[in-house]
Design a binder for this molecule. Structure first.
Ligand code: PEP
Ligand code: MN
Length: 462
């Protein structure tokens, strides 16, 4: 079965290239990884044209505001809390899931603000995180070979050949689900989020097993007092301070989705991907002459770049030269995802090379993707302690190199899932089956996420 011919379905749409030879579709003729072919190019083109005509999900000035805030983080002023599902699913576009995600992200950021006294920038892997790179193109289920699941934006998780075939209508569906998610997120952020004023709803009992419980309890009480104080002197501070309380992001993987929503804006130079405030380049789609780098070099949005095996430092610098030739601050977030045992060996080389090349970056640590393993029962999981240790190692290396670790990038959920082992509640491998929901990578649950925020703040303060 040829599942990935490494070229995308060509679209019959002429777009005039700009002075750099770039257009929203210039990637379309480049070699591409991780995007299986659609069986019907005409259907794909129809869906693309439809998506292109729909209104944008976000605005260019939100993107510019985020970039300015990231520029501050790159100077050591602030910290980027970036988190969310490995993969969102269409079915999980529900009120409770969205509320829980916003709640855990806000609570984590309150913990960080309180402990670190620095501005916290919140970015969700949300409202568009529907496409996944996979290590294998296909799998065999009950003797039938079929494409691997690649996220709801591309095909269905359902294990049959037809459902696994890439479907262009999913581009439209992904846009709609993103719009619904974002609409509710904005409403919650605009009208205030009552849960936050009530620490008794923070569900902290699990922390009683933790050596830091007393500190933790004191911190929550103090956050509660601060919120009450602010609310008393300036009512609704928390609801009106920021219009967009959380920025959105996803991996720019299915370039049909991203490029159809890449637009010019009146009275502004350049092109903006208006499907998410920020997008990132995955570790598997970083080919210097490939489609993903080509697409990303033309957009104004801040861009994350995953930095992991095979640890090619020169390539990372060349990618940055392409994506940020003018060395604009706030443009690039380098997300190291090395694995706890690799950080000491590889990260110093990267930090030195980035400095030497003169690229202003925000350094972030993704302690998730280098620490995944399968249990004896073949359940994909991660250890809380490995995740924490990668963060600790990463802080230590940055400190030793005179560099600033400006953020963490976590796969997490506000729900009480059982996907990662460890944490104060002592979830073990036997307990993973209780509420294992993810179709892709294991996430920190609500409790593990709050605990992680608290422990990240401790490391930051060292
Ligand atoms: C991800 O962030 O979900 C992911 C697939 O990461 P990476 O590209 O670093 O493997
Ligand atoms: Mn993942």
């Amino acid at each position: 079965m040829t599942t990935n011919p490494k070229t995308a379905n060509p679209l019959n749409i002429e777009l005039k290239p700009n002075e750099n030879g770039w257009s929203p579709l210039s990637w379309n003729s480049k070699p591409i990884e991780q995007l299986p072919p659609y069986p019907d190019s005409v259907e794909l083109e129809n869906a693309y044209r439809q998506l292109r005509s729909l209104p944008p999900l976000i605005t260019s000035w939100e993107i510019e505001a985020l970039k300015t805030k990231l520029a501050n983080v790159s100077k050591g002023e602030g910290f980027l809390l970036w988190g969310g599902d490995c993969a969102e699913t269409f079915d999980a576009c529900t009120a409770p899931k969205i509320v829980n995600m916003l709640k855990v992200m806000l609570q984590m950021s309150f913990i960080l603000v309180h402990e670190m006294s620095t501005p916290i920038l919140r970015v969700g892997r949300i409202a568009g995180q529907y496409a996944k790179p996979r290590s294998k193109d296909s799998e065999t289920i009950d003797g039938v070979e079929m494409l691997n699941y690649r996220g709801d934006l591309i095909n269905s998780f359902e294990p049959n050949k037809e459902a696994r075939t890439p479907d262009p209508q999913r581009l439209i569906k992904g846009y709609e689900k993103s719009a619904l998610t974002l609409n509710f997120l904005r409403a919650l952020a605009d009208e205030g989020f009552a849960d936050l004023q009530h620490p008794e709803q923070w569900e902290l009992d699990f922390m009683q097993n933790n050596e830091y419980y007393k500190d933790y309890e004191a911190m929550v009480n103090s956050i509660h007092k601060a919120i009450n104080f602010m609310e008393t002197i300036t009512p609704n501070t928390f609801s009106t301070l920021h219009k967009v309380d959380i920025y959105t992001s996803h991996e720019a993987l299915n370039l049909y989705y991203d490029s159809a929503q890449t637009r010019q804006v009146p009275r502004k130079a350049g092109w903006f991907n208006l499907s998410g405030h920020m997008v990132w380049l995955g570790n598997r789609t970083k080919q210097l002459d490939g489609a993903h780098v080509e697409y990303l070099r033309g957009i104004e949005n801040p861009i994350g770049i995953k930095v992991g095996p095979p640890f090619d430092v020169d390539e990372t610098i060349e990618i940055m030269d392409k994506l940020n030739p003018n060395h604009e601050a706030g443009k690039i977030v380098l997300i190291s995802r090395m694995g706890v045992d690799e950080v000491k060996e590889h990260l110093p080389r990267y930090i030195k090379a980035v400095k030497k090349a003169g690229h202003p970056v925000v350094w972030s640590c993704d302690p998730m993707h280098g620490n995944t393993f399968a249990t004896e029962n073949k359940v994909k999981t991660r250890r809380f302690d490995d995740i924490l240790d990668e963060i600790k190692e990463t802080f230590a290396v940055h400190r030793a190199e005179g560099s600033y670790l400006g953020g963490v990038h976590l796969e997490l959920t506000g729900d009480n899932v059982t996907e990662c082992v460890g944490g104060a509640n002592g979830l073990n491998e036997a307990g993973l089956g209780t509420n294992y929901e993810t179709y892709c990578d294991p996430r920190l649950n609500y409790e593990q996420s709050l605990e992680m925020a608290f422990l990240v703040a401790r490391e930051w303060n060292k």
